[in-house]
Design a protein around this ligand. Structure first.
Ligand code: PMP
Length: 423
């Protein structure tokens, strides 16, 4: 008689099957076989000298990708969210003031994370598809005197590329650290961490880098380190505590590394390979390719009569394009049709870009409820308001004219076949 009451599941007696898909949503993107194969190398110990060498290579790759000399450069074992929490949990102590520039879901989430650790959070909120001027930033900095300002460089929920020039210098005038989320933009649009005086910059592995999800490059300036290493209180998270991570990644100058957590070694192999691919192409070539392909894509969409959600060209994220879902169509029908018929993922809106549909002829103020504070923020927007969007991500190896043609053909087909419905 068996002593176990839960029998072996039948499903696990069948082989694993995973389909191939064109991953043209806002992430993850397709992983080229070269990067997948790197991850299939044998597992070695997370404290073996060979893995430390691989981690050192990753560190150099991140310094190149971020354009920084920061010694405190590493990859968090986790997705983009873990890097967000690593940045906020280490840089902010309970009771400190944090300012968040919210122009999409990533600002909302950063505000919520800072609130959870007892920070005093203030937000400035831009309408979806918009961004902030330097003057607006300065007004908010001088009013709230925050210890940290958060800005999403690539707001993947709305498709906005937020200009960064001048904000770092402004933050330092007000003795504030500048934190930038580049999960959806790094490698696909210019970022110069040192020149732009960014104090903390992070990204994820699964977008332009084309590595599997699960590692998150992050870097801290000298100024950020000074604040972090003179904290009065310990960061709430042991796992994300920068003093431990700094030691594991050999960034603290100590002669030996101490076990903190079991580094995901195979994910490190893939991340290293993805950084090699970027180094081989060259950062500037990669920026240029993403921009050219995005322009080609945007022209194709407009020639089909579709409208881009971000009106100002210079604010369009070259990696993730937001398209106004054509009036009368249900975006869910379009995305599922394209998945079923073309084996291709594109996605709908997220956060503030998910919901409202309707023309705004009467210029009625539109109110958005901020999820972290439940305070409504109201805007009156010009011509019409259609907040339902489709999001298409063409990142890293996926950013090519051939893929644009494939997406345009799929969209044309979907618009022909998805009935104009009751929305
Ligand atoms: N920030 C931005 C701008 C993102 O696009 C994403 C992922 N969509 C994240 C943060 C969070 O990353 P992850 O899903 O890897 O935790």
């Amino acid at each position: 008689m068996s002593s176990i009451s839960v029998p072996p599941p039948k499903c696990l007696q069948k082989p694993l099957t995973v389909p191939y898909r064109h991953m043209f949503g806002p992430g993850p993107s397709n992983v080229p076989s070269r990067i997948l194969e790197a991850g299939a190398n044998p597992v070695i110990g997370h404290m073996h000298p060979e893995i430390f060498e691989i981690m050192n290579d990753i560190k150099s790759g991140i310094q190149y990708m971020f354009q920084t000399q920061n010694k405190m450069t590493l990859a968090v074992s986790g997705t983009g969210h873990s890097a967000m929490e690593c940045a906020i949990f280490n840089a902010v102590e309970p009771g400190e003031s944090v300012l968040v520039a919210v122009n999409g879901i990533w600002g909302e989430r950063a505000a919520e994370m800072a609130e959870r650790i007892g920070a005093r959070v203030n937000t400035i909120v831009a309408p979806p598809g918009g961004c902030f001027t330097i003057e607006e930033m300065e007004k908010a900095l001088s009013k709230h005197r925050p210890a940290l300002l958060f800005v999403a460089h690539g707001e993947s929920s709305t498709g906005v590329l937020h200009p960064l020039d001048g904000i770092g210098q402004l933050c330092h005038k007000y003795n504030c650290l500048f934190l930038v989320d580049s999960v959806a933009s790094i490698g696909g649009a210019p970022v110069y961490m040192d020149q732009q005086e960014i104090d903390i910059l992070y990204t994820g592995s699964q977008k332009v880098l084309n590595a599997p999800p699960g590692t998150a490059p992050i870097s801290f300036s000298e100024r950020a380190c000074q604040k972090i290493f003179s904290r009065r209180t310990k960061p709430v998270s042991f796992y994300l505590d920068l003093s431990w991570l700094a030691n594991y990644w050999g960034c603290d100058g100590k002669p030996s590394r101490v076990y903190h957590h079991t580094g995901p070694v195979t994910a490190f192999y893939s991340l290293r390979e993805s950084l090699s691919v970027l180094v081989e192409e060259g950062l500037e070539n990669s920026w240029e390719r993403h921009l050219k392909v995005a322009e080609y894509f945007h022209a194709g969409l407009e020639s089909m009569g579709l409208k881009l959600f971000v009106k100002e060209k210079r604010l369009r994220l070259p990696t993730v394009t937001t398209i106004v879902a054509p009036y009368g169509y249900d975006w869910k029908e379009i995305t599922s049709y394209i998945m079923k018929t073309h084996n291709l993922e594109i996605s709908g809106g997220l956060g503030p870009s998910v919901g409202l549909v309707g023309e705004n002829d009467d210029r009625v103020p539109i109110c958005i409820i901020q999820t972290h504070s439940f305070l409504p923020v109201c805007f009156t927007l010009d011509v019409f308001v259609v907040f339902q969007v489709l999001r298409v991500g063409l990142m890293g190896c996926n950013s090519s004219r051939e893929n644009v043609d494939m997406v345009l053909a799929a969209l044309k087909d979907a618009l022909k076949h998805c009935h104009k419905s009751k929305v």
